[in-house]
Design a binder for this molecule. Sequence first.
Ligand code: G6P
Length: 610
Amino acid sequence: MCGIVGFTGNVPADKILIDGLKKLEYRGYDSAGVALAYPGRLDVIRRTGKVAVLEEALSNDEHASCCGIGHTRWATHGRPSETNAHPHIDCHGNIAIVHNGIIENFVALRDELIAEGHTFRSQTDTEVVAHLLERYYEGDLVAAMRKATQQLQGAYGIAAVCVDAPDQIVVTRKDSPIVIGMSDGDVKGSFIGSDMIALLEYTRDAIFLDDGQIALLRPNSIEVFDRSGKTVEPTWTHVDWDAENAEHAGYPDFMLKEIYEQPRAVRDTIAGCVKNGEVILDELTLDDEDIAAIDSVYIIGCGTSYHAGLVARELIEGWARIPTTVDVASEFRYRNPIVTPSTLVIAISQSGETADTLAAVRLARSKGAKVFAVTNVVGSRITRESDGAFYVKANMEISVAATKSFLAQIACLSLIAMFLAQKKHRLTSNQVASLYSDLCETPSQIEAILENQNEIEEAAELISKAHSAMYVGRGIGATICKEGALKLKEISYLHAEAYAAGELKHGPIALLDENVPVVAVVTDSPTRMQTLSNVQEALARGSHIVAVATEGDTEVSEIADYVLYIPRTRDWCSAITASVPLQLLARHVALKRGCDVDHPRNLAKSVTVE
Ligand code: G6P
């Protein structure tokens, strides 16, 4: 992993590859490289560190090649170094490849290839692919790719170039995304990316390659072949994202920009989904009989998406009264979960590509359950392997720390909960209309929070000096705390724990003193009083308190050092609104600690390996 780009066309490829790699920087990486193809020669340039360092290295020479591939690497096998950076080449430098994913059987393959006389230069799993292509190449790179991939176990998106056909790129994939497009503007040619964002400047129509397919790109054509080598007609998908969305648009970082885009993300996601008290979710392709048969719901996701699932459980159980289990996908996939044909499975994934979630989807379907995806990315793998998909309308999310996609997921999941409750005759049309009208208020409430951020800076100053922070809340508030603590960990590298407030006294209270501030979500909820008592317990241990509370709550302001107010709202809607001050808090703390909020260390935006 982590990012792949490629271009073959009418202009020199180096600049296009560098631009593409810059667009993929948000995904996290530690080194970068390109291979430029010429008749009889490949130029491979690789650098550790930022793409800008690679750009600088490229600027030392003229590069006339109009065909090349590029990569940003996030180290899995072998430390970050120039030798381990992609592209990797075969023994004679005739074939260069870039790879996302992990080749699980690389040790056995490498031993075999070394025994055959191949010389390896890196510590990566990837390099075996270059040597396998060399082993099978007899003048046809597509055929060699087909034979090479038959030997591979694991996940891969691979792009290759060869000196014999220096205007061609061959790509393939398994469990790791590859997107292909064409442009006939000023820049004419064929493009590849591991992410649509790399192509957006040139086209919004793309082929999302399927597992096992191999594509041959020339400047004026794209051919796609299936596993057996037969030509197949590719499916083109139109992606409704703006290239401008990938720009900072005056904001200092993408995270802040995306926090400010949240009102729009929620509005767009829920627009028109309830009419006359009827929830309209055409994506949930279940008839009345199917819905009547549903006796349980299983929700799976990772990271922030898992937290959206925890909110959804409260809503589905609360409104539809269907027993609901939420699990992290990496655990679900290895247990023997109780999933039957009458279980409705909801897979939540912003990217739609997370390997653990994808494996969980496959497991759930193998048990006969219907699986519906909640995702932000059209054409993504998880959507294509599910029975249906709800697209949240967050638009492209670039910051690694998910913000707008999380709020949009909650909005979408609340509609699913209303839908199930209505179909199960647990909510009347009037009740649905009233819930929807509360939901429709949340975008303007977020706007109000964004307009009035007093005390966040001061609260951030307090937390930035601590060595750990404890987040506590109850019910929806407990989940909001989990997400708030995750945001803090992800971008400020400060340790944080999130606990159900009532659990504090059963252990974690031992951690509290004046150096461990408590962030408490004490919004208007049926358990507000109990949470307040828990805050008192923390105060008594000397902790400083940062509270998220409802405007006008003087009881909270009397005991908290700082209060981050949100407008009065229904308890369940606070899942959306109360998250916003905690996102801003995490960002301020990160900035005060000198962290790069958009590129948190060790993290990747979408994790396509196990
Ligand atoms: C990675 C990211 C997290 C994200 C998680 C799930 O770990 O760093 O921020 O929440 O993946 O991603 P998904 O695309 O499946 O929602």
